[in-house]
Ligand binder design. Structure first.
Ligand code: GCB
Length: 615
């Protein structure tokens, strides 16, 4: 009996130790760029592992002798068949497809390694009760992360940040981090195995080693309340510590508004409060005046600075209201792919050229397709006054009935909202793109919608739907999801996947009392190819398609915005036509080499008219 008790006690002790030492995924803290950190961007050694032998043994069981050990021969007779240090390097953040010719079409596992130093003074910081969090802005698609040969964690989903607490894995002096990145496509993934963009693999966004206290500010939110109460406006402020600690003093200040206020966390380690401000003092964020205020949040020696804008977005019947006034969204869709070089973007500079083109087009709105774009791009667009639509890659035919697929999609939704909920520029969270109707799909998407609303009640929810009920030149939008969205959006391709001569005859019926956004329309053209407007792939064909579509769409009741597909020609493996596509979807208004097509000017003129009539 005694023996059994001892065994149980020993087991419990072991279990507790296990928990203490087990690495864990922690939520990526809000505004990582304002935290104390060292960057692990730069050159990483890498090599491809087609058969994943660095992870599985020859019976396909996970091996403990994997490449993550970063082994070196200890004696001349030792057999080690890999060597990170002798392998080439690639730049992180960056996709591997455009950095190594051999990996251009590669979909599979690549191992990447980087060394880093932790100085003794930084470790002292650790001993004083600080923690090290290893942050990845995004890795496409699956990442298994190791520090000094030990597993830190695993993450799936290619466009959202994640973070592991690696305090117990980091040591003084030389350290190394190894990531097994796998971008193989699978039917149960989000997105699923088919999608019309390049499956760029790699550590595509920033890697940071963050230093935080045992207690730290995990998340915060500051947003303008919709309610108007006389001459005053309300700012809603909330904050969450990483653990439930009451009595922590936090000071929020917005110097330009002469605002400085102290708050104290409750037993949940949270603050949920309001601040009052004279309306006359507050400049609202808008495309015309993208005003951002410097905000500072201080808790003890923890200090976070941010730039935050204040605006409201709502609907009234079929109208869309920004700061209480009707607005027309002069939009364009854009992939996260650089101008000229066509690789994955990951900086404000990468975003700049694309934003400049959109501005010249007359846009005040961008649909960031088809996944959350990097934080630098979102912040840059916000500084420049673009309203944004941000979406998760629930694209085409997802495995609607698979619980893991749902959990994956919901995680991506949560992480997208978590990262960007302080961005005034983002007015719409979108849940899906062109999804086929079924009960299972409705269940999946309505759960996502409910989650999104519970996480953020200040923004609008939408999804790019399809028109399914078409007969005799009448298109009727019928989608059970109509009750879950604030804005009805749909894609349509008359003139491309359907005859352009149909456009003047088409009628659109949107039987919902909600604003309407055309989330896609367009057609392909090869820049510099000219001919008759009836000749596909010519600039004239695309130009005519735009003219006909704009005339047709103009008649839609409640039309509140248009987002043609797409700003720039982008790489897609679904577009092989030699001499024309050459691996690019050519529906860009601008070519991948920055050449504006004729349709660019048609849309620009139309947007000038819209701008004038909404001012
Ligand atoms: C769509 C998709 C978009 C494609 C586009 C096309 O409806 O939403 O991802 O790239 O059509 O070019 O066919």
């Amino acid at each position: 009996m005694m023996k059994a008790k001892l065994t149980l006690a020993a087991l419990l002790t072991l279990a507790c130790m296990g928990r203490a030492f087990a690495q864990q995924q922690v939520p990526a803290p809000q505004n990582v760029y304002a935290r104390q950190s060292i960057s692990l961007n730069g050159d990483w050694n890498y090599f491809a592992d087609v058969q994943e032998q660095g992870y599985y043994d020859y019976r396909m069981n996970p091996t403990q002798w994997g490449y993550f050990l970063n082994a070196k021969p200890q004696r001349p007779s030792d057999l080690v068949e890999y060597d990170f240090d002798a392998s080439p390097t690639m730049h992180v953040p960056g996709d591997w497809n455009t950095q190594d010719e051999q990996l251009f079409l590669y979909e599979g596992t690549v191992w990447l390694k980087r060394d880093f130093e932790v100085k003794s003074e930084e470790l002292r910081v650790k001993n004083e009760g600080k923690r090290f969090l290893l942050y990845f802005g995004a890795v496409n698609y699956e990442a298994i992360v190791y520090v000094n040969g030990k597993k830190a964690g695993r993450h799936v989903g290619g466009f959202t940040p994640f973070c592991f607490d690696v305090t117990d894995l980091v040591k003084e002096g030389k350290n190394f981090v190894i990531v097994k990145v796998d971008n193989k496509r699978h039917a149960d993934n989000v997105p699923t195995q088919i999608f019309d963009w390049w499956n760029y693999g790699g550590i595509t966004r920033d890697v940071l080693l963050l230093t935080v206290g045992e207690t730290y500010i995990d998340d915060y939110s500051l947003a303008l309340d919709k309610a108007l109460n006389g001459k005053k406006r309300t700012l809603n402020f909330s904050l969450t510590l990483n653990r439930e600690e009451a009595g922590q003093e936090v000071t929020l200040s917005i110097p330009e508004l002469k605002l400085k206020q102290k708050f104290v966390t409750d037993e949940k380690g949270q603050i949920n409060s309001q601040l009052s401000i004279l309306s006359s003092k507050l400049q609202l964020w808008s495309p015309e005046n993208p005003k951002l205020y410097s905000v500072e949040i201080v808790r003890g020696d923890e200090q976070i600075k941010d730039e935050i804008g204040f605006r409201t977005i709502e609907t009234r019947g079929r109208q869309l209201l920004l700061n209480g006034k009707p607005i027309f969204l002069r939009g364009v869709c854009s992939h996260e792919e650089t101008a000229y070089t066509s690789r994955r973007c990951n900086s404000a500079e990468d975003a700049d050229t694309l934003l400049a083109w959109a501005r010249d087009l007359g846009c005040n709105f961008l649909r960031l397709a088809h996944y959350p774009h990097n934080e630098h791009a979102v912040r840059e667009a916000e500084r420049q006054g673009f309203l944004l639509w941000s979406e998760i890659p629930v694209y085409w035919t997802i495995s609607w009935k698979n619980a893991d697929t749902y959990a994956n999609a919901e995680n991506q939704l949560r992480d997208m909202i978590r990262r960007d909920h302080n961005r005034a520029a983002i007015i719409i969270w979108s849940l899906a793109n062109e999804t086929p109707h079924s009960d299972a799909r409705d269940k999946f998407l309505s759960r996502l919608a409910t989650t999104a609303r519970s996480l953020d009640s200040t923004r609008l929810i939408s999804m790019a739907m399809e028109v399914t009920g078409a007969a005799n030149y009448v298109n009727r939008l019928q989608d059970n999801m109509n009750k879950y969205v604030d804005v009805v959006s749909f894609n349509q391709y008359i003139g491309w996947y359907r005859d352009v001569n149909d456009a003047p005859k088409m009628k659109w019926e949107i039987p919902y009392e909600k604003p309407v956004i055309i989330s896609e329309f367009g057609g392909g053209a090869k820049a510099g190819l000219h001919g008759d407007k009836g000749q596909r792939w010519t600039e004239e064909f695309q130009e005519n398609l735009y003219r006909e579509n704009l005339a047709m769409l103009e008649k839609i009741e409640g039309l509140s915005g248009t987002c043609p597909w797409v700003l720039k020609d982008f790489r897609s493996p679904r577009r092989p036509l030699p001499g024309i596509q050459d691996g690019f979807n050519r529906k860009g208004l601008v070519s991948d080499q920055g050449k504006r097509k004729r349709a660019f000017y048609v849309l620009r003129e139309w947007y000038e008219g819209k701008k004038a009539s909404y001012n």
